[in-house]
Design a protein around this ligand. Structure first.
Ligand code: ARG
Length: 594
């Protein structure tokens, strides 16, 4: 479905053409002065130079031809030569009807070609607890995945666990220290290993930090951890069996955590999954002449002449022959290309990995592991800070775990929800959970990903301002009006694939709301293109504001003219659908009441 700006542009271009000016001058955009008009065209300014005429004269000629137009209501040439445009209200109502009539229920979103998209997010490290830093990868990635899916693309979410590095060797070393009698460490053991893991999740979570601490102080311990890592990677039977236990225990816990965030992966793959294809890849890189040896290490140069910043080579193998994070990422690209042939891969990590991903992407392209026309996108996000502007910590200064953070928010929500009223406890708990999740996710997603943000519980849980709860209140308000309408015998219409009839708006607030709704498809397409959920937040915030102004100004259910009332209901139903679809793309839902 064509965008409103396109349709207006067509009219204005025709007018430029009729006046014998280049028609490209007629491009229209959304007004940057909404107080003056809805749309604007600045073509007369550019035309003035081409045709040696005063811009206002050109603008005046064009405006003269558009006085009686099916799309444009008013068009005015203003000094020094702008065209200020407002659209016809009957045409606006028609446009909304066309949106709801779209058979796929996607309100005019257009997907020219269906792509295959992989979203690599979450990225938890096995045996380490999830903390606030992992929140962003999970939250932003989940949203990017859902946006892509909504657009109609074949979309695969992969958690890409860190399950192969030194942290595994550290955990194994510490276990050996504590329980040397376990069969996993007995090299002569030939029997089956136990099904039960020799540790619980809480032990596991304590083991890693202990081991990591020791390795920093004790050179010999570190050496043993590195040896254990190598043994694991080389396939020593007992180490592999122990490693499987670590993965299983840790993944069960991770699943629980991600579930509570309503974050769901299609693939639970990790760095270890590409271990076996690394030798083949290394051979390919060597045979292709892409590599060179530097200080004993195997590297690929990725520097380009235009670089203004330092661009170190991409290291493929360390001097001792061990593979690295780079190696697994390159092999993962190779594997993904072979298995899924993706058109786009989006990675979500903290922005400290910006340079790293640039190296990996350049290396993958230079060595033709992936074709030039495929997109590799890294979204490097900023840090979550506390109100003091420092990385978010618990009250006693420890690393804030995701679970605690979620329960903190839910408690705060619970207090707000039960304040000054009677409500069933179970219901209040459930509402707190739903709204709490929205508060966390919206608080994160409403910021541009690359920026740091302050985790401000008071602000995030507030029902006023640019927050998740505010959006949910708006949706609940609409639901309740529609419910009342239905209880009084009215029929609330479907909004997907049906041509709804809207009123020709007779108030500014109704027209504003309608105009805002027409921006849906463009917003989602933009959010997909730029992998930027914050664009959806900005959109629904203005949509919620537009709806609330309309709600405060117009008496909806008290309207006596039945046809008009039906038009209002259609408008409410569409607003609800747009808001609900948007929050679903952001990764949360709305309760029935609040
Ligand atoms: N486990 C990594 C970390 O904690 C994140 C993984 C991101 N994905 C990737 N393909 N490198 O930093």
């Amino acid at each position: 479905m064509k965008r409103i700006v396109e349709l207006i542009s067509e009219e204005v271009k025709t007018a430029f053409n009729k006046c014998r000016y280049d028609e490209s001058l007629g491009a229209v955009s959304i007004s940057n002065r909404p107080d003056l008009c809805q749309y604007q065209c600045n073509g007369a300014m550019a035309g003035a130079k081409l045709y040696h005429k005063a811009p206002i004269q050109i603008a005046g000629e064009v405006a003269g031809l558009l006085k009686d137009n099916k799309v444009i209501d008013t068009i005015e040439a203003v000094n020094p030569g702008f065209l200020n445009i407002n659209i016809r209200r009957d045409w606006l109502a028609q446009y909304l009807s066309d949106m709801t009539a779209c058979q796929d229920g996607k309100l005019g979103i257009e997907v020219p070609v269906r792509q295959t998209v992989i979203v690599d997010y979450g990225g938890a490290n096995v045996a380490k607890p999830l903390h606030v830093g992992h929140l962003r990868s999970a939250v932003i990635g989940e949203s990017i995945k859902r946006i892509s899916r909504y657009m109609g693309h074949e979309t695969i979410g992969d958690v890409h666990l860190g399950d192969w590095g030194l942290q595994m060797g550290l955990v194994i070393t510490e276990l050996k220290e504590r329980k040397p009698e376990l069969p996993y460490f007995d090299e002569d053991y030939e029997g089956d290993y136990p099904d039960e893991a020799p540790f619980t999740i809480s032990e596991l979570e304590e083991i890693y930090p202990t081991a990591s601490g020791k390795s920093k102080e004790d050179e010999d311990y570190k050496k043993r951890a590195m040896e254990a890592t190598a043994k694991l990677q080389n396939g020593v039977r007992g180490y592999r069996a122990l490693w499987k236990h670590i993965i299983n225990v840790s993944v069960a816990d991770l699943r629980r955590n991600y579930d509570s965030l309503d974050v769901h992966f299609d693939l639970w793959k990790g760095e270890s999954d590409v271990h076996d294809i690394i030798p083949g890849m290394v051979k390919y890189l060597k045979d292709g002449g892409y590599t060179r040896v530097s200080d004993g290490a195997l590297v690929v140069d990725v520097k380009e002449e235009t670089d203004t910043k330092e661009m170190p080579p991409c290291m493929i193998l360390k001097s001792d022959g061990a593979s690295l994070y780079n190696t697994t990422d390159l092999a993962t690209i190779m594997d993904r290309v072979k298995t899924y042939d993706p058109d786009r891969i989006v990675y979500l990590t903290d922005k400290r990995q910006n340079l790293y991903f640039e190296q990996v992407f350049r290396c993958a392209r230079k060595t033709h592991l992936i074709d030039e026309d495929k997109e590799l996108i890294h979204i490097g996000f900023g840090t979550v800070n506390g109100k003091d502007g420092k990385p978010f910590k618990t009250r006693d200064g420890g690393v804030m775990r995701l679970e605690y953070l979620i329960s903190d928010i839910n408690e705060r929500m619970y207090k707000r929800i039960t304040e000054n009223r009677e409500i069933d406890e179970a219901e209040a708990k459930e509402i707190s959970r739903i709204v709490g999740l929205a508060a966390i996710k919206y608080g994160d997603l409403s910021n541009q990903a690359s920026k740091d943000y302050i985790f401000d519980v008071d602000k995030f849980t507030s029902s006023e301002g640019n927050t998740g709860p505010y959006i949910l209140y708006t949706i609940v308000r609409i639901k309740s009006i529609l419910d009342k309408y239905a209880q009084a015998g009215g029929t609330v219409p479907e909004t997907e694939g049906v041509r709804l009839k809207f009123n020709v708006p007779d108030s500014a607030s109704e027209a504003d709301l309608m105009l805002c709704l027409t921006g849906f498809a463009e917003t989602i397409e933009g959010a997909y293109k730029e992998a930027a959920p914050h664009r959806i937040c900005a959109y629904i915030y203005s949509l919620a504001n537009a709806f609330n102004s309309f709600y405060h100004e117009v008496r909806i259910l008290a309207e006596e003219d039945a046809e008009k009332k039906e038009g209002y209901i259609a408008l409410l139903a569409l607003t609800k659908k747009v808001l609900s679809d948007c929050i679903d793309m952001l990764g949360f839902g709305a309760p029935d009441r609040m």
